[in-house]
Design a protein around this ligand. Structure first.
Ligand SMILES: *[C@@H]1O[C@H](CO)[C@@H](O)[C@H](O)[C@H]1NC(C)=O
Length: 480
């Protein structure tokens, strides 16, 4: 007997024929529990064409994630919906759950085969609360399903800005929970440092506000600890005057790179005195382009417009690896050598590749001193030298190319890390939002922060729901 979940009455679980119960998968049982909890109107099943199930999958950034088929997608409209769902799901003995914000992750930490995927995309409202007292901050309350462009454009209506991400289609939740680099980091630190309050649904289903006064331990753990502690449904950011902003993208020829890199290194050296300045250097190889990939986007006026104009082609199979190292030209030169070698060695696969990108971003040590001890990233102690965040990306079109670049870039990353260590230019921190699933970013936060996150997880999630039932992402219980 085939169970058709959308048409069943609430009491169905207790009247299921034994053979149906035997064939119902864990995922379907989870979906049925949500229906039984009265959430049926927010559940999308694959068996109902046009109901939004496929549209939800198609809206993921990565093709790898789009191909994963959950038993149903649950699309809550409120934090109360999320709370009801977690209460219902946590009563079941098994069944996987995934949580998705903007859906920009490159690997399946936000979708789950034969499980329940909680798609927060309808929690996408941004509300600006202007200060009622002098010297108080305006607060931007941003729903966890928002992406940066819509959040920024809303706060800019008030002449304000937030420590936003820089690519407009990236989700607010994942970037902020992983720390978050921003064009405003020179003055404000990491994106998470400007969060004043998190509305969180805990494993018990309880909705709490985590901030410096209530649950300060949970508040701190959420600043970099990713999806280990609960489902954040709303982020309250301290907002500040937007001020003038000048930004543009410029493309230069490959043989100009030393000039550009020298100025990039110098910009990091003097960033503490010029904290508003920010530069990203990107190597771009596009095997299909008849001419080099050229763009000279004009200066934009606001952060929101700059984010909206950022290049972001969705729908490939992405292979990402990331490392940090000191602001040292020798390491960049080594990365450049490895980049050229990678392109040479994979010429035969270039028909299956859209782009190969290396990105270098500034990580001056003063970024970590905006909120010392206030987050779990550990950089207030470990970022002792001005550094660079390196991100290597291959945009593959086939599984074969994905596998090839996964192995090539794993080896490349290891070689680059060994080189940085050998010349005393390594930086310990790894950016959780950029690393490959085979890397171990939580470990880079340091022993004290790992122990702290384990304690917070045990306190707020004693059954380990977010460690075992929500398996996606880097789990604190797996860190040795
Ligand atoms: C929120 O999502 C809905 C449904 O996708 C969309 O129609 C709406 O424009 C979004 N709102 C914002 C502020 O992005």
């Amino acid at each position: 007997m085939r169970f058709v979940p959308v048409s069943v009455p609430v009491a169905v679980l207790s009247v299921l024929a034994p053979e149906a119960a035997a064939t119902a998968t864990d995922g379907l049982l989870g979906c049925q529990a949500l229906v039984a909890a009265g959430l049926g109107a927010s559940i999308l099943f694959p068996s109902t064409p046009g109901n939004g199930y496929q549209a939800s999958l198609d809206s993921y950034y990565s093709l790898i994630v789009r191909e994963i088929k959950p038993a149903c997608v649950f699309r809550p409209r409120t934090a109360q919906h999320v709370s009801k769902a977690i209460k219902a799901l946590s009563k079941l003995p098994s069944g996987k759950v995934a949580v998705r914000g903007g859906g920009h992750s490159i690997w399946p930490n936000n979708n789950v085969a034969d499980g329940v995927t909680i798609d927060l995309s309808l929690l996408n409202q941004t509300d600006v609360h202007l200060p009622t007292k002098p010297n108080a901050n305006a607060i931007a309350s941003v729903g966890a399903g928002s992406r940066w462009t819509s959040a920024l454009l809303e706060v800019e209506k008030y002449g304000l800005s937030i420590t936003a991400g820089r690519v407009g289609t990236v989700g607010v939740a994942g970037l902020t929970l992983g720390g978050g680099l921003s064009f405003h980091s020179g003055r404000h630190g990491f994106t998470c440092d400007d969060v004043t309050n998190y509305e969180v649904v805990l494993a018990s289903g309880q909705i709490v506000n985590a901030n410096g006064k209530q649950t300060p331990d949970l508040f701190k753990a959420l600043k970099g600890g990713s999806g280990n502690f609960g489902i954040v449904t709303r982020f309250d950011f301290a907002a500040f005057p937007a001020g003038p902003l000048y930004g543009r993208m410029v493309t230069a020829a490959w043989d100009q790179r030393d000039t550009i890199l020298d100025s990039f290194i110098r910009l990091i050296d003097i960033n503490e005195e010029h904290p508003a300045d920010s530069q990203i250097v990107l190597y771009m190889y596009d095997p299909m382009a008849a001419v080099p990939w050229l763009s000279d986007r004009r200066a934009t006026q606001t952060y929101g417009e700059l984010a909206a104009a950022s290049s972001d082609n969705a729908g490939d199979r992405y292979v990402w690896f990331s490392l940090c190292f000191q602001n040292n030209k020798r390491v960049i030169d080594k990365a450049t050598e490895l980049y050229q070698q990678l392109i040479d060695e994979t010429q035969g696969a270039m028909g299956d590749i859209d782009r190969i990108i290396f990105v270098f971003q500034q990580l001056p040590k003063h970024y970590a001193q905006k909120n010392p001890g206030g987050n779990v990233l550990g950089m207030d102690k470990t970022l002792t030298e001005d550094s660079i965040v390196w991100l290597g990306e291959a945009f593959a079109k086939t599984k074969e190319a994905e596998a090839l670049f996964q192995s090539k870039m794993a080896a490349l990353t290891e070689e680059l890390e060994a080189f940085a260590k050998a010349i005393g230019a390594a930086t310990r921190w790894q950016y959780i939002n950029y690393v490959n699933p085979m890397q171990d970013p939580l470990k880079s936060y340091g022993a004290e922060n790992i122990a702290f996150m384990k304690r917070v997880s045990a306190k707020y999630d004693p059954q380990g729901f977010f460690q075992t039932r929500v398996p996606g992402g880097f789990k604190i219980s797996h860190v040795k």
